[in-house]
Design a protein around this ligand. Structure first.
Ligand code: FCB
Length: 441
């Protein structure tokens, strides 16, 4: 039987926290929030299942922050909603949005938690999509203005901030696979977005630092690539997958270049000045956030566009997303960042967790043992790396509570707290109490 006693072996200054994001929890129907690309995508592709209500965090944020505090977590990773702050085309500030984030930050501090805000967790104001969204380089400039605004108004209340959450999802998942907003399936658009989102990050680092001395990072999601067997074609396929999914972003940020094998297929779609932009993209950061969930089995697949791989799932134990439990991958990426990119960079695991078919039993409890096992296995990997001397500073569980899981709507439950979407009642699950047991000592 799994438990989280491993927590006791972490150093006392190691930060345990929880993560959420604006569109997934806030509910955007109130507070004069503007529309984002997710509202449009939900209307067109998800039968209208959107984030209008979500968890109604806008109304319940005090209760939610208290839940974080009561479990013994020390910090809270959340994101600012760009369309909530700037809903209109004329870029006029929404005072209700400003007021909300002021109250949120004040509450976080009142509960003595440390805020880890993210500037962009996917809710791009819809007005930018009309001009090409992330395929348009101008969006990066607008983003940098937004970063400046955030620093001017809030940097007195955070010490660390991340620019972008998961640039692979913003670009590849959303512009090549078409599974996320804006739902485009086009290699050129994907390559442009892969570059522009990183360029936006680079500009934002400078913007944020021009106002305050807070530490700036970015949050990358890495997925482990296992070739389906040792056939050299499958190994090549796995290397290409790794180059596009993982190394594209980490090479650009830490080394100021893109991996050659990815450039062979994507280079022709990049702006001619992309190598100059890479100087901005690789502006030094102060910390790195790593999100990790699973691995993919990779098989060679001859395509017309040069993306010669397909992704399969293996036979390991799976979550409700059909994602395999593969904790070794987390250790692998921590070591890779440390050994191949930057030995000094402080690493935070900014997301890790699983969707589970959670239900209330007759005693009104949710016994999510698989989630406890998942956390336990991944925390053990983190500890192994810590014991090797790698500067891992924190671990944020995804997620505080069940929420809007993007194209899966409300079906997939990732929370340590159950949300009843009729009453909006929050019910802590067994995994929540398990953290509490070891964090509140
Ligand atoms: C990550 C996202 C987060 C959530 C989890 C399950 O890719 O950053 O918003 O959807 O996956």
């Amino acid at each position: 039987m799994h438990n989280l006693s491993v927590i006791q072996e972490f150093p006392s200054d190691f930060i345990f926290g929880v993560a959420t994001s604006s569109y997934q929890i806030e509910g955007n129907k109130n507070g004069d929030c503007g529309l984002s690309i997710w509202d449009d995508f939900a209307r067109k592709k998800l039968n209208g299942i959107d984030g209008k209500e979500a968890c109604r965090h806008l109304d319940f944020f005090k209760e939610d922050i208290k839940l974080i505090k009561d479990a013994g977590f020390k910090s809270y990773r959340f994101s600012f909603s760009w369309p909530r702050l700037f809903p209109e085309k004329n870029q006029k500030l929404n005072n209700l949005g400003l007021d909300f984030y002021n109250r949120l930050l004040d509450e976080i501090h009142k509960q003595e938690l440390e805020p880890y805000p993210t500037l962009y967790h996917w809710d791009l104001p819809i007005r930018f999509q009309d001009q090409g969204g992330w395929t348009n380089k101008d969006t990066a400039k607008y983003f940098s203005d937004f970063a400046l605004f955030i620093a001017e108004h809030f940097s007195d209340r955070y010490n660390k901030i991340a620019t972008i959450n998961e640039p692979w999802c913003v670009s590849w998942l959303s512009h090549y696979l078409g599974e996320h907003a804006p739902g485009i399936k086009d290699l050129r658009s994907a390559a442009q977005a892969m570059h522009n989102i990183l360029y936006a990050h680079g500009l934002a680092v400078t913007a944020l630092k021009s106002i305050s001395s807070s530490e700036v990072g970015i949050v990358l999601n890495n997925e482990y690539a296992s070739p389906i067997n040792d056939d050299p074609n499958n190994i090549d396929a796995a290397n290409l997958f790794d180059a596009i999914y993982n190394r594209w972003f980490s090479d650009a940020i830490f080394l100021g270049k893109y991996p050659e094998i990815a450039l062979e297929v994507l280079g022709k779609y990049l702006p001619s000045e992309f190598r100059d932009d890479l100087k901005i993209i690789s502006t030094p950061i102060d910390w790195l956030g790593l999100n990790y969930y699973t691995r993919s089995l990779i098989k060679n697949y001859k395509s017309n566009d040069g993306i010669n791989y397909e992704c399969l799932r293996g036979d390991l134990k799976k979550t409700d997303m059909d994602w395999e439990f593969y904790p070794q991958g987390l250790g692998y990426f921590i070591e890779r960042i440390h050994n191949e990119y930057n030995k000094k960079i402080p690493i935070y695991i900014t997301e890790n967790g699983m969707a589970n078919k959670d239900f209330l039993n007759e005693k009104n409890e949710i016994i999510d043992l698989d989630r406890i096992e998942y956390f336990d296995l991944h925390l053990k990997e983190v500890l192994k790396c810590l014991n090797k001397g790698i500067p891992i500073k924190g671990y944020f569980a995804w997620s505080l509570m069940d929420n809007y899981e993007w194209s899966f709507g409300y079906e997939k439950r990732f929370g340590m707290v159950y949300v009843d979407y009729q009453s909006f009642k929050r019910i802590p699950k067994k995994s929540y109490y398990e953290f509490q047991k070891y964090l509140c000592v």
